[in-house]
Unconditional design. Structure first.
Length: 317
């Protein structure tokens, strides 16, 4: 083979390698490591964070029993912060606005009986109070804070899933209704990204959805975006200028999921969760993402067996 021919062959091979690398999913942009585990196993729980701490509330434990302790993580260790002012909740939502933590709705103890009550925990005074209840009882919904107001989407009552989109304004203490989701679904993930509310995934009955929806506040309408593979109970956060989605559950496959992905031009796989989990509650905290608790076993029960697992994803930005 002449030098010129070898040069052509090498150029062709190099071009093929570069093309393969360009088309290969980016799985190396971040990495996982173990974070300190919670004191109490949890699934169907709520997790929120502010600049100072992460809070894990409610849900069901290792034996499927209600967890009453509220835990706080300061970046080094979990401690018991307080106790729920109720006998137990599964699948509530939670949000932090200023110095107040809102625990919104959920199903009572391990039943499918939803509540409309909104409990408020003062982070400074460390006391519970109540706010205006939801317009209607619901559990299995998702909440996110945008411009100081709490948006609550989806969920279900004791009879059916819901498409409801309701907003709580702490300044007025009032709930208002906005455009509902295009279809009823429980267990979506809610995230604020690029100044807008997004809904990702969800399920109804035995069907899982890959819906990715962006709320257009000016038009009071939801816009369909690039879908994900169907899943419910996934976690979602906005970090490094992109939405990241973690884990969840496939009812069709009766499987908990470990896959994770990032929304660029489309959905790009990233390093998977070391521990596959449904109810994969994810929050950004101190420059990384914590995926806190969840169940390692597929289940449609209101008494899912929880785990104490906490894993930290450090993105490559």
């Amino acid at each position: 083979m002449t030098r010129a021919v070898r040069g052509v062959v090498l150029a062709v091979v190099l071009a093929a390698v570069l093309a393969a690398c360009a088309s290969r999913p980016d799985v190396t942009s971040g990495h996982w490591d173990a974070a300190p585990p919670m004191l109490h196993a949890r699934a169907a729980h709520a997790v929120v964070a502010n600049a100072d701490a992460v809070f894990a509330l409610a849900g069901t434990g290792a034996g499927g029993r209600p967890v009453l302790a509220v835990e706080r993580f300061d970046g080094s260790a979990w401690t018991e912060e307080t106790t729920l002012p109720v006998d137990g909740l599964n699948a509530p939502a939670a949000a932090v606005v200023g110095a107040r933590l809102y625990l919104i709705g959920g199903f009572e103890t391990t039943t499918n009986v939803p509540t409309a009550r909104v409990r408020v925990y003062g982070l400074a005074a460390r006391r519970w109070s109540e706010a205006e209840p939801l317009p209607a009882p619901r559990g299995g919904h998702a909440a996110a804070v945008l411009a100081g107001r709490i948006h609550v989407i989806g969920g279900g009552n004791s009879m059916s899933t819901l498409a409801d989109h309701t907003v709580y304004d702490p300044a007025t203490g009032r709930w208002t209704s906005l455009a509902p989701l295009p279809r009823s679904m429980g267990s979506p993930a809610a995230v604020v990204h690029d100044g807008a509310l997004w809904s990702i995934g969800g399920r109804s009955g035995t069907s899982d959805f890959g819906d990715v929806l962006r709320f257009d506040a000016a038009a009071n309408a939801w816009r369909a975006m690039t879908p994900t593979p169907p899943r419910g109970t996934a976690g979602a956060v906005s970090v490094c200028g992109a939405i990241h989605v973690f884990g969840g559950e496939s009812q069709l496959r009766q499987a908990v999921l470990s896959d994770a992905m990032r929304l660029d031009a489309g959905w790009v796989p990233i390093a998977p969760l070391p521990t596959a989990r449904n109810f994969a509650r994810a929050v950004p905290f101190q420059g990384s993402v914590l995926v806190v608790g969840g169940s390692t076993v597929a289940s449609d029960s209101h008494a899912s067996a929880g785990s104490t697992v906490v894993e930290r994803y450090t993105p490559g930005c």
